[in-house]
Design a protein around this ligand. Structure first.
Ligand SMILES: Cc1ncc(C[n+]2csc(CCOP(=O)(O)OP(=O)(O)O)c2C)c(N)n1
Ligand code: SF4
Ligand SMILES: [Mg+2]
Length: 306
């Protein structure tokens, strides 16, 4: 038996919705992969993933994918257009009774933040405008991870990236993609994170039973991009929620609801100091001004919510 036949036999023997995390060239401690595991366990194998170029593209090595369902690879800007084509084809096959209803698939777009916050934003806007019946998952590692962590529209203020190496880090501010998406009034928008599996699971269960455009942004702690030890990935994710950096919320029926309000928010520096991309805020000297600006932005967000 050849090497690839042996690998294929191993994959075939796995439980039907198990997503392979080994044997693929992904980093240990990848927060994006962590949330994708949980999402796929709930969505199940009747899915077709439409993946824009990014880290998760490396999951699939032709002709294999770690998914039981199907996988389509697209350019960065065009995953929602790919999803439209697949949805239309499925609808025609169903209407003409060329496939039975139980062979229908959920169409799931999977992209990084470089695509979701930037290159793919207009295609996504158009898809929501047409109320495309699909799920969109953005794993947000706050940079162009696959090409060496250049800054993107999701990079937080002051973070060092491959293209913001100065003493103050990134001079821009993270776009509020949740609000941009919610302004389109799709069926659903939510933020999630793999380190809060219960909140994540409740939201995925909810979108599974809905129709229309269902949009999810998962903050994805990224050891090589954010510069921390892979073993701390879950803790970094938890700190993002406890400090209020990553609010867990959903938009549904015109309302925004926070699904987990940190009881007693802890200072943002507890989150920042764990990551090498923010080390210039602490060494060689604490940058009090920038640290208090970052804290003030978070306090401003939570005012009136807590
Ligand atoms: C139009 C275009 N420009 C550049 C690239 C090269 N490229 C491939 S993956 C990638 C990074 C994408 O970043 P993101 O969407 O955040 O996903 P991540 O790599 O972080 O998973 C880039 C720039 C490309 N595929 N297409
Ligand atoms: S670079 Fe970051 S997002 Fe990409 S596979 Fe590694 S940990 Fe995951
Ligand atoms: Mg990214």
């Amino acid at each position: 038996m050849s090497k690839s036949e042996t690998a294929f036999k191993h994959w075939k023997d796995l439980p039907s919705t198990h997503l392979l995390g080994t044997g693929t060239p992904m980093c240990a401690g990848c927060g994006g992969l962590q949330s994708l595991h949980a999402i796929y366990d709930i969505l199940g194998e009747k899915t077709v993933f439409v993946n824009a170029a990014g880290c998760m593209t490396l999951l699939s090595v032709y002709p294999f994918t770690p998914f039981r369902g199907s996988w389509l690879y697209t350019s960065m800007a065009s995953a929602p257009a790919g999803a439209q084509g697949i949805r239309d084809a499925l609808d025609i096959l169903l209407e003409q009774e060329r496939i039975p209803p139980d062979e229908d698939l959920d169409v799931v777009v999977l992209t990084g933040d470089g695509t979701a916050y930037g290159m793919g934003l207009s295609a996504t806007s158009g898809a929501m405008e047409r109320n495309l019946n699909f799920i969109y998952i953005c794993y947000d590692n706050e940079g162009y991870g696959n090409t060496g962590q250049q800054y993107s529209g999701a990079t937080p203020h002051a973070a060092k990236t491959a293209t913001s190496k100065g003493p103050r880090g990134f001079s821009g501010f993270k776009k509020d993609l949740f609000s941009i998406w919610a302004a389109h009034k799709p069926s659903y928008v939510a933020t999630i994170i793999g380190s809060e599996p219960l909140d994540l699971a409740q939201k995925i269960e909810k979108v599974k039973d809905m129709k229309g455009s269902r949009m999810l942004i998962s903050l994805a702690p990224c050891p090589p991009g954010w510069l921390f030890d892979p073993k701390d990935s879950i803790e970094i994710g938890k700190l993002a929620v406890k400090t209020g950096v990553w609010p867990l919320k959903e938009y549904i029926d015109g309302e925004v609801v926070h699904t987990k309000i940190p009881r007693k928010r802890i200072p943002v520096e507890e989150y920042l100091k764990e990551q090498g991309r923010f080390s210039h805020l602490f060494k060689p000297k604490r940058n009090e001004k920038l640290l208090s600006e970052l804290q003030a932005k978070i306090d401003e967000y939570w005012e009136g919510i807590e």
